[in-house]
Ligand binder design. Structure first.
Ligand code: FPP
Ligand code: MG
Length: 299
């Protein structure tokens, strides 16, 4: 059986313990994503009963966080499919998130102590990151540090904990793999922020340049704010549905200041840091390829 299918079956088995049919029906309606965290765990720890269980726990936590996030963001789609809050309502999305999350924690409590510590700690980070994200969209944020801390907590912390835990399971140097996971997570989020600007709405499956309208001052915009002469004009476009003149001004300024290309360079630098953390490890080739595939694409 394909290994990711084993992870999906494990999630189902973990939910069956609840003896509540509706949870299995809801599970079927969740759009499965790329399962990046599972792929990392399996590349690092190989395929075993323990690694499959760890994958299932992490995917359940990740899915729970997205079920809550879609309520917070009032999103009607997730991975191109209707979100659970759109198909049912907010209550269902929150309750199903709670069930996935608590079932994952019961299983986590039976695992290696260090794994349980790092994964549970990452969930606190995740939750703080989400709160920071919401708070940062209140008003124009020009602090690079605040943004970086937020994306580390919201996105990179669980990827870091996944890579570290996989290394712990098989007795590898967990600091190296944690650093790989952390930087992979940071680069992943930065690239996501860049694609919001460089890709068209068809490729994105949502309107292009949506982040700034939604109050998110991402890495490219932070660089732009630093460099642009008319800072007040840029600020005046914040959270505004842009007309063509305004969005062209932003695009032109991204070019003339080099803000966009430097943001791309920065994401690549972080990606290289991920690669450097594990390059001397035995099984590093595939991990390097995952990172390379992420940074060596058309922006
Ligand atoms: C997506 O961000 C959101 C996250 C990666 C984390 C959300 C975390 C929580 C809601 C707290 C944790 C809760 C539980 C139950 C474990 P986004 O909105 O920027 O990305 P999107 O475009 O994918 O929605
Ligand atoms: Mg969201």
């Amino acid at each position: 059986m394909e290994v990711l299918q084993r992870v999906k079956n494990q999630i189902r088995d973990f939910l069956e313990v609840c003896s509540y049919e509706k949870t299995l029906h809801l599970l079927e309606q969740l759009a499965t994503g790329k399962m990046l965290r599972s792929k990392l765990i399996l590349k690092i720890a190989g395929e075993s009963e323990d690694s499959i269980k760890l994958c299932a726990v992490v995917e359940m936590i990740h899915a729970a966080s997205l079920l809550h996030d879609d309520v917070i963001d009032e999103a009607d789609t997730r991975r191109g499919k209707p979100s659970i809050n759109a198909l049912y309502d907010n209550k269902t999305s929150i309750m199903f998130g709670d069930i996935l999350y608590s079932r994952a924690f019961t299983e986590l409590s039976q695992m290696d102590k260090k794994v349980a510590y790092h994964v549970s700690n990452a969930v606190t980070e995740l939750s703080i990151g989400e709160m920071m994200d919401v708070d940062l969209t209140e008003s124009f944020n020009s602090s690079y540090d605040k943004y970086f801390t937020m994306i580390y907590k919201k996105t990179a912390s669980l990827i870091e904990a996944s890579a570290r835990s996989a290394a712990i399971l098989v007795g590898l140097d967990d600091e190296k793999y944690a650093n790989y996971g952390k930087n992979l997570g940071l680069a992943f989020q930065m690239i996501d922020d860049i694609l919001d600007i460089t890709q068209d709405s068809q490729t994105l499956g949502k309107p292009a340049m949506l982040d700034f309208v939604e109050g998110k001052v991402t890495i490219p915009y932070l660089y732009l704010y630093d460099r642009v002469d008319d800072k007040d004009y840029l600020k005046s476009l914040y959270k505004k549905k842009l007309n063509e003149v305004e969005s062209n001004w932003i695009k032109e300024s991204f070019k003339s200041t080099g803000a966009l290309s430097d943001a791309i360079e920065e994401a690549k630098k972080v990606g290289l840091e991920a690669i450097n953390s594990i390059k001397d490890e035995k099984n590093s080739i595939e991990l390097i390829n995952i990172m390379k595939a992420m940074i060596e694409r058309d922006f």
